[in-house]
Design a protein around this ligand. Structure first.
Ligand SMILES: [Zn+2]
Length: 272
C-alpha cells in the first residue's frame, strides 16, 4: 500500500476510534461477494483487511451471507471455506434472506455495534452511506479500498465535536461573562482633522546631518572610565600615577593563594 494512502487510512481509522468509539480488534462483517472476490483475486482477505484498516480485525459473517455462498455450488468451495473460518454473526433471520438486506438490518440505524462492512455490492454500500460511522471496504481491480467517510458520518462527527465543545446551559450561568460591556461599544467622537491632509502635503527635504565638531566623544568616555577605575583601585603611587598591572591583578579571595603557589613554582623552576 502506498504511503500516502496508508496515512489517509490511518487518519480515518483514528477518527472512527476517537469520535465514534471503534476499538481493535475491529469487527469486520464480510459479505459473500467479498469472499468470492478474495478467491478470484487470490487475496489473503484477513491480512489485507488488517493492512488497510491498520489494526487487528475480527472477521465475521452472517448466517444469511454464508447461506448465499452454499447455494453457489462446488465452484465456490474455496470462498465457503474462507467464510467458515470467520466468526458467525447471529442475525436472527429464521429463513435466510438476501445478504444485503441482512447486513443492513444488522448495522441498523446507527451502527451501534461498530461494524466495518466489507462488501462488493455497490447497492449495499450506497445504502450504508446513509448511516453514520460505517467504514466501508471493497476490492477494485484487486486493490482493497477503504472509502472516505460518508456525508452523514461527517455531519454527525461535526455535531458530536460541537457538543463536546459546548458548555451545558446550567454551567453557563455560573461562568463569569466574558462579553464586553455595552459602554465599550459606544463609539468615541472622531477627532476633527487639523490642517491639511498630511498625505497630500509635499514632504520637507530632510536636513543633511551635521558633522559633530567634537572628535570621537565615545572614545574619550572610555578613556575617562578607565582612568576612574584605576583611581578606584586606591593604590596610587606617591607621584599620583597608578601602580602597574601586577598590583591590580591581586584579588582578596582564595584564588590568590593558588596564584601565589603557581608564581612560586615558576620562580623555583627558574632558580634551578
Ligand atoms: Zn441474516
Amino acid at each position: 500500500m502506498r504511503q500516502k494512502r496508508a496515512k489517509a487510512y490511518k487518519k480515518l481509522m483514528g477518527m472512527y476510534e476517537l469520535v465514534f468509539g471503534f476499538r481493535q480488534p475491529y469487527q469486520v462483517l464480510v459479505d459473500s461477494g467479498m469472499c468470492m472476490s478474495a478467491q478470484d483475486h487470490k487475496i489473503e482477505l484477513v491480512k489485507q483487511l488488517e493492512t488497510v484498516l491498520q489494526g487487528k480485525i475480527k472477521p465475521m459473517i452472517t448466517q444469511c451471507c454464508i447461506v448465499e455462498l452454499y447455494k453457489l455450488g462446488k465452484e465456490r468451495q474455496p470462498a465457503v471455506d474462507l467464510a467458515k473460518g470467520f466468526e458467525r454473526r447471529k442475525c436472527n433471520h429464521r429463513e435466510a434472506i438476501d445478504g444485503n438486506a441482512c447486513l443492513k438490518s444488522v448495522v441498523g440505524d446507527t451502527n451501534k455495534h461498530r461494524y466495518i462492512i466489507a462488501s462488493q455490492s455497490q447497492e449495499l454500500r450506497a445504502e450504508l452511506r446513509k448511516v453514520q460511522a460505517v467504514p466501508l471496504v471493497h476490492i477494485k481491480m484487486s486493490v482493497m479500498i477503504l472509502e472516505p467517510p460518508s456525508d452523514e458520518t461527517i455531519r454527525v462527527k461535526a455535531e458530536l465535536t460541537q457538543e463536546a465543545l459546548d458548555v451545558p446551559e446550567e454551567e453557563k450561568k455560573e461562568l463569569p461573562s466574558t462579553a464586553p460591556k455595552e459602554a465599550e461599544f459606544v463609539a468615541k467622537p472622531r477627532r476633527k482633522a487639523k490642517g491639511p491632509n498630511p498625505l497630500s502635503v509635499k514632504k520637507k527635504q530632510p536636513k543633511l546631518p551635521m558633522i559633530s565638531p567634537r572628535p570621537q566623544p565615545q572614545r574619550l568616555d572610555t578613556l575617562e572610565l578607565k582612568r576612574k577605575r584605576d583611581d578606584e583601585d586606591g593604590d596610587v603611587r606617591e607621584d599620583g600615577a597608578p601602580k602597574k598591572k601586577r598590583r591590580r591583578r591581586k584579588r582578596p579571595n582564595e584564588s590568590e593563594s593558588i596564584h601565589t603557589t603557581v608564581e612560586q613554582n615558576t620562580i623555583e623552576e627558574r632558580d634551578t
